[in-house]
Ligand binder design. Sequence first.
Ligand SMILES: Cc1cc2nc3c(=O)[nH]c(=O)nc-3n(C[C@H](O)[C@H](O)[C@H](O)COP(=O)(O)OP(=O)(O)OC[C@H]3O[C@@H](n4cnc5c(N)ncnc54)[C@H](O)[C@@H]3O)c2cc1C
Length: 357
Amino acid sequence: MIAREWQFPLPEKKHKKKYFGNLKIEVIDTGLCCHCAACASICPVEGITAGDKPIDFPNWVKDCVDCGACIKVCPRWDYQPLNGIGEYIEITSARSKRFVGQDGAMVSEITASAIEMGLIQAAIFVGRDEEWRTKVITIKSPEQLYDRKITGTKYSYADVLPALKDAVIKYESVAFVGTPCMISAVRKLQKAFKKFERVKLSIGLFCTENFYHHELYEFLLNKKGVDLRNSVKTDIKKGKFIVRLKDGGKVSFPVKELEEIIPPGCKVCQDFAAVESDVSVGSVGSGSRFSTVVVRNEIVKQIIDYIRENDYAEFSEPKLEIVQKLCNYKIKIHPYPPKKKEEKEGEGKTEEKGDKE
Ligand SMILES: Cc1cc2nc3c(=O)[nH]c(=O)nc-3n(C[C@H](O)[C@H](O)[C@H](O)COP(=O)(O)OP(=O)(O)OC[C@H]3O[C@@H](n4cnc5c(N)ncnc54)[C@H](O)[C@@H]3O)c2cc1C
C-alpha cells in the first residue's frame, strides 16, 4: 500500500474516466507504453499487471481507486523522447577482473564495488530461468554475482520496478539496473514518492529494443529451430542476433528479422544511452569482452576510482564516435511522432542496428 508520505498533487485528466482509463487511452492503446512497469509498481491496489504481457488492469472500472499515481510516474504520459549520449564526466571502456558478464561485466563490477564501499545495501538485478524467462533478483553481496544466470543480458521485459518498490521500503540505499525507459520511470518515481530517494545508484543499459519473452522464445523455436533451453548466451552484435548453445554451436541471423516482434513502445524510443542514469553501460564503443561505461556523476566517479585503486578492472579507450553513431541511428529508426505507413515506404533499414566494433 502507498504510505501517506507518498501523496502528491493529482495529474490532470485528459478524458472523463478514472486515471487508469486515461493511461489506457493515451499510452497503452496508442502503443506508446514501454512496459517499464512503473505503474504496476506504484498502484496502491496492486491491480496493474506487467510480466510477459502488455500492461493491463483487468478490473480497472471497478477496482481503480483513481489516485493518479500510474500517470504521475509514467514516462510515456505527455511523452517527449530523450536522446543523445547525455551529460557525462568520463567515458571509459573496461573489463572486470572479478566477474564474467555479457560484455566486460562492468555492471556487476560497479554494483559489487558500490556494496563494498557501503554506498548501497542491495541492488535489483535480472536473472533468468532455464527458458530464459526473466527473474528479478535482489543482490546483497558481491558473491551472488558469480552466478552466470544473474549477470548477462536477457532480451525480455523484466518486472524490475515492482521489485525496486519493495526494496526501497525495506532498505535505505538501493541500486537497480535497467533499460533507458526504466531509468526515466525511476526519475519520475523519485519526484513523486519520497521513499524512492533511497535509490542511490541507477545503472542504465544501452538499448535498442526489448521483447516479450514468449514472442522471442517462439520466434527462435519456430523460425530458427533454436530452443532457448539449450543456450548459454544471447547477444546482438554487428546487426546479428546470436544464440550461443550449450554444445558449443552458434545460431546467428540478421536482427532485422525480429522486426515483427519488436513491441510498439520500443519503436518510439530514441534513448539509446539511458541519458537519465547515474552511469550507463553498453557494448558498443568497446572491443570484445569490454563494456563502455558512461560516468555521469561524482558518486559513480568515486566507484570507478575504487575499482581502479583495487585493480578490479582493466581499462581501455572507448570509441565515442560509435556510441554517437548508435544514438543517432536510434533517432533515425524511431522517429517521434511515428511516421505514417506511406512515409516509411522505400526507407529500407540498414544493417547498423546493434552494431559493435
Ligand atoms: C533489452 C536490452 C537491449 C540491449 N541493447 C543493447 C544495444 O543495442 N547496444 C549495446 O551496446 N548494448 C545493449 N544492451 C546492453 C548490453 O547487452 C549489456 O547489458 C551491457 O553491455 C552490460 O554488460 P556487462 O557485461 O557490463 O553487464 P553484466 O555485468 O553482465 O550485467 C548485466 C546486467 O544487465 C541486467 N539485465 C539483463 N537483462 C535485463 C533486462 N531484460 N532488463 C533489465 N536489466 C537486465 C542484469 O540485471 C545485470 O545487472 C542491451 C541490454 C538489454 C537488457
